[in-house]
Design a binder for this molecule. Structure first.
Ligand SMILES: [Fe+2]
Ligand SMILES: [Fe+2]
Length: 162
């Protein structure tokens, strides 16, 4: 069993991870619709990773003798002005998830809950990687024309993400 407010916050993050997957699925669809299969793959893989994050929360809650409870998901943004905008929105989303994770860590400290603190360590590192991933992609996209040679090379590179 966990302190009630910690269980509630972990369940909120369990839902948040699915919300992130939801939103990355919409971004993948945007690229698929434009015919940029590599970028679509990159965002589909990203959505899959978010579902894996959600499952980590699921299993942690179950192992802690708590019931994972999903909340409502919001409709994700589906229309974007450019691939760069999609990537900027992705970075914004990751930054907000990082804040959520850090707030959870604070709560785990406040309630002196060592298993939760230990569980969240992985997410602290993961969020640093996620932010870096999108920052790098923004840098690449900033200097190139959509549909141009470099853009198509990047699309191909993104198609290799597994
Ligand atoms: Fe995540
Ligand atoms: Fe993420």
């Amino acid at each position: 069993m966990l302190p009630e407010k910690l269980t509630k916050a972990l369940n909120k993050q369990y839902t948040n991870e699915f919300q992130a997957a939801h939103s990355y699925m919409a971004m993948a669809s945007y690229f698929s619709h434009l015919g940029y299969k590599g970028f679509a793959n990159f965002w589909l893989v990203q959505a899959e990773e978010e579902r894996e994050h959600a499952m980590k929360f699921y299993h942690f809650l179950v192992s802690s003798e708590e019931q994972p409870i999903l909340g409502l998901l919001e409709e994700p943004k589906s229309n974007f002005n450019s691939p760069l905008e999609v990537t900027q929105k992705s970075l914004e989303q990751e930054k907000s998830v990082t804040q959520n994770i850090h707030a959870l860590v604070d709560l785990a400290k406040e309630t002196n809950n060592h298993p939760t603190l230990n569980f969240l360590q992985w997410f602290i590192d993961e969020q640093m990687e996620e932010e870096e991933l999108f920052r790098d992609m923004i840098k690449k996209l900033e200097g190139i024309d959509v549909g141009g040679d470099f853009f198509m090379m990047l699309d191909k590179e993104c198609g290799e993400r597994k």
